[in-house]
Write a protein that binds this ligand. Structure first.
Ligand code: ZN
Length: 210
């Protein structure tokens, strides 16, 4: 973020994710670059409610539905499964699934391009990428680990990059910045926009410099 060094990164309270269970996420603040970061556990989807596994299941469901035409049925099943834990989502089960499928496909397309040694020849689908990984259960979590030094370039929910169109639509701001912390704890910068599925808390004595 500032390659000249001298980062005085400090704790910056927490925010709370509500889906699938209430969870406190630690935040940090870099005064030099005036950026906040959150220490996102690797099983959570980035910039989307719920886990990476839920996003994966939605994408997989849609991939399957493309071959057997069972889209509505699969969408409703998935929605039922996550209903209790996901009270805000969704108005439409199919749209809910398609949104996740689109985001996951976008992310996997970048992963496949950035990592030809691992994923050369893969389709940007959970099925194709999962096959390379030996059909592991948590395909996207595995991908996130393998691509840990590239997460800033990979669109959410796998990485932390925000599609330009969404950024402009939201607030006309530049995309939030991102870094990676370790294999087991991915780090992403926090979008300052409001999201219904997170509660934000900030330590009162630490308001950012203006
Ligand atoms: Zn810094």
């Amino acid at each position: 973020m500032h390659p000249e060094g001298g980062c005085s990164l400090q704790r910056w309270g927490t925010y709370t994710r509500l889906v699938p269970v209430e969870c406190e996420i630690a935040r940090y603040y870099c005064p030099e670059s005036r950026t906040t970061f959150s220490l996102l556990p690797d099983f959570f989807a980035a910039r989307m409610p719920g886990t990476l596994k839920q996003a994966q299941q939605a994408a997989q469901g849609l991939e399957r539905a493309k071959t057997d035409g069972s889209l509505e049925k699969q969408a409703e099943q998935l929605r039922q499964l996550s209903k209790n834990a996901d009270p805000i989502e969704p108005r439409s089960a199919v749209a809910w699934m398609q949104r996740r499928h689109r985001a996951v496909s976008r992310g996997l397309a970048v992963v496949v391009t950035l990592m030809p040694m691992v994923f050369g020849g893969c389709e940007p689908t959970v099925t194709s990428v999962g096959a390379v990984l030996g059909n592991v259960d948590a395909v996207l979590v595995q991908v996130r680990h393998l691509a840990q030094d590239k997460l800033g370039q990979i669109p959410s929910p796998i990485g932390f990059s925000t599609p330009k169109s969404e950024t402009n639509k939201a607030h006309g701001r530049a995309p939030a910045r991102s870094v990676v912390c370790s294999v087991h704890a991915a780090t992403s910068s926090v979008d300052k926009g409001s999201k219904p599925w997170i509660k934000r808390k900030q330590l009162k004595q630490r308001s950012p410099p203006t």
